[in-house]
Design a protein around this ligand. Structure first.
Ligand code: FDA
Length: 514
């Protein structure tokens, strides 16, 4: 069988390196399930009906990765690369064709150079591990990347990486200065050896199309010793609609040291201060300010007096404490929790996203609120994440991530449910798709853009097997990458012309027809 031949190939090739056999899990191995499940974040892709890998390999050495790539090509198996397993559509561990998983869970080293303000971080490390280790070296260094600590560095950076310091320092991918990749021929390449085109492509173009990125050299950023946070909940009775409307004019223009996120959810009428009547939606205004409260208050009074922020609403803390707090822990929780790799509550969900360029009228928001009262809208969330700041000054083609000047904010819609159930799934899926179509007149158009790290297979997919034309792939590709999609396809055609590294939304090769 494919599997036997593949395994034999692995063992033959790797006889010189530390034995790979202890790092290989087939379905007969008692740890297969726990290794597979460990980083599956979206339980929609964990059930028995979902196709499973023939083999999981958890390499410890570069040669193990090289051997896996060679042997899977020789024996007609697809490879799925997994770092943190947070892909919203499970693409790092699910495929419809026979496949193996290359799971980088053992590639987790982090080396920090405080003097040079740089770090080398391996793809299998989590953001939480990275943030924590940086903070142990210096109170004044941080990294600009996502909010959830269990996200893997590998998938996150290769898809962009949006977080609370994005308005000041840009995306995670904007802060990469070197990388190590293993290509389809099994070659180990650094920035110089891979060349600027491939180095460009992996910083936001989705790594899985180009090779296995083993590690990244990143620029650390300066954070002040004291930052300030606040979370202000506002109900509809407290003018949430008007505040959100105004927020649209403020959040992308205000000082780049402030990020004000808005989280919208169904109001829990048992919560204090929220009456049962007219209680559909609660808006949380959640902020990180890179500075002390004495500077924040006047800035807010000048730019967003309607929010009525006062000193008592704010808490000063270190940057690493703010990472813990803004993820959702109570104030005072120890930063060590960031090392917990099973922190994020697993769930079943579906996510979609949009970009907003023109402020939405109040009436537009008012049309959304009743949807949160429908069955599908229970356990739904809508996040509004502001742009502007340095994001306006980076050109659309600097890296593949094209959503820069002109975007006021990004939206992230999600529905959650807690038990596998076809009926429930149908209700939830219908709800989020209805919301998405309701939003159409208010968001970016031609193309209606999306963020690859919020992967959404609804926007288009490749053929299951082999060749997908550039035209067909453009249906989803242009939404994620706009004009950069063409250049990504050109890079792909050079580095992986036969389209070995592929998935439902991988960049197509312009060469491969077979
Ligand atoms: P995973 O291992 O699933 O990989 C994702 C994709 O990258 C797959 O296609 C995979 O094959 C590929 N890949 C992974 N490692 C690779 C490697 N070493 N080489 C080549 N290809 C590789 N995003 C954001 O920008 N800001 C945020 O705040 C959040 N918050 C958030 C919270 C939660 C709870 C979830 C589940 C997700 C997010 N995200 C996010 C989205 C997240 O950034 C996105 O899913 C990343 O791709 C996840 O990276 P992982 O390595 O964890 O995923």
């Amino acid at each position: 069988t494919h599997e036997d031949n593949f395994l034999q190939c692995l063992y033959t090739y790797s006889h010189n390196s530390t034995s790979i056999s202890k790092l290989v899990y087939t379905k007969n191995n008692s740890s297969y399930s726990s290794i597979l499940q460990f980083t599956i974040q979206n339980l929609r892709f964990a059930s028995n009906t979902i196709p499973k890998p023939l083999v999981i390999i958890t390499p410890k050495e570069i040669s193990h990765i090289q051997t896996t790539i060679t042997c899977s090509q020789n024996h007609g198996l697809q490879v799925r690369i997994r770092s943190g397993g947070h892909d919203f559509e499970g693409r790092s561990y699910v495929s419809d064709v026979p496949f193996v998983i290359l799971d980088l869970t053992n590639f987790r080293e982090i080396e920090i150079d405080v003097e040079k303000k740089t770090a080398w971080v391996q793809s299998g490390a989590t953001l939480g591990e990275l943030y924590y280790k940086i903070s142990r070296k210096s109170r004044n260094l941080g990294f600009s990347a996502g909010v959830c600590p269990t996200i893997g560095v590998g998938g996150h950076i290769s898809g962009g990486g949006y977080g609370n310091m994005v308005r000041k320092f840009g995306l995670a991918a904007d802060n990469v200065i070197d990388a190590h990749i293993i290509d389809v021929k099994g070659r180990f390449l650094d920035r110089q050896a891979m060349g600027e085109d491939l180095f460009w492509a992996i910083r936001g173009g989705g790594g899985a199309s180009f090779g296995v990125i083993v590690s990244w050299k990143i620029k650390l950023v300066h954070v002040p010793s004291i930052v300030t946070v606040f979370t202000l909940p506002k109900t509809l009775e407290q003018n949430a609609t008007k505040l959100i409307h105004k927020w649209q004019f403020v959040a992308s223009k205000i000082d780049e040291n402030i990020i004000i996120n808005v989280i919208l959810q169904r109001a829990n009428s048992s919560k204090k201060g929220v009456s049962k009547k007219n209680s559909t939606v609660l808006a949380l205004f959640q902020t990180l300010f890179l500075g002390g409260v004495d500077k924040l208050i006047p800035l807010m009074q000048q730019n967003f007096p309607e929010l009525g922020l006062v000193k008592e609403d704010c808490t000063q803390m270190s940057w690493i404490e703010s990472v813990v707090y803004l993820y959702g822990f109570p104030k005072g929780e120890s930063p060590e929790v960031l090392l917990n790799r099973t922190l994020a509550g697993k769930d079943i969900y579906k996510v979609k996203s949009d970009f907003v360029k023109i402020p939405i009228p109040e009436i537009g928001f008012e049309g959304i609120w009743p949807m949160f009262d429908e069955d599908g809208g229970k356990d739904a969330m809508m996040y509004l994440f502001p742009y502007g700041g340095i994001m306006d000054n980076i050109s659309e083609s600097e890296i593949p991530f094209p959503h820069r000047y002109g975007n006021l904010y990004q939206t992230h819609y999600s529905v959650h449910w807690h038990q596998e159930n076809d009926e429930v799934e149908k209700v939830k899926m219908n709800w989020i798709r209805k919301l998405y179509s309701y939003m159409e007149p208010f968001v970016s158009m031609s193309p209606r853009t999306a963020y690859i790290n919020y992967r959404d297979l609804d926007i288009g997919v490749n053929n299951k097997n082999g060749y997908t034309s550039y035209k067909k792939a453009s249906v989803w590709g242009v939404k994620y990458f706009k004009n950069n999609f063409k250049r990504l396809a050109k890079v792909k055609s050079i580095v992986d012309p036969l389209n070995f590294f592929r998935n439902e939304q991988s960049v197509p090769s312009l060469v491969s027809k077979g």
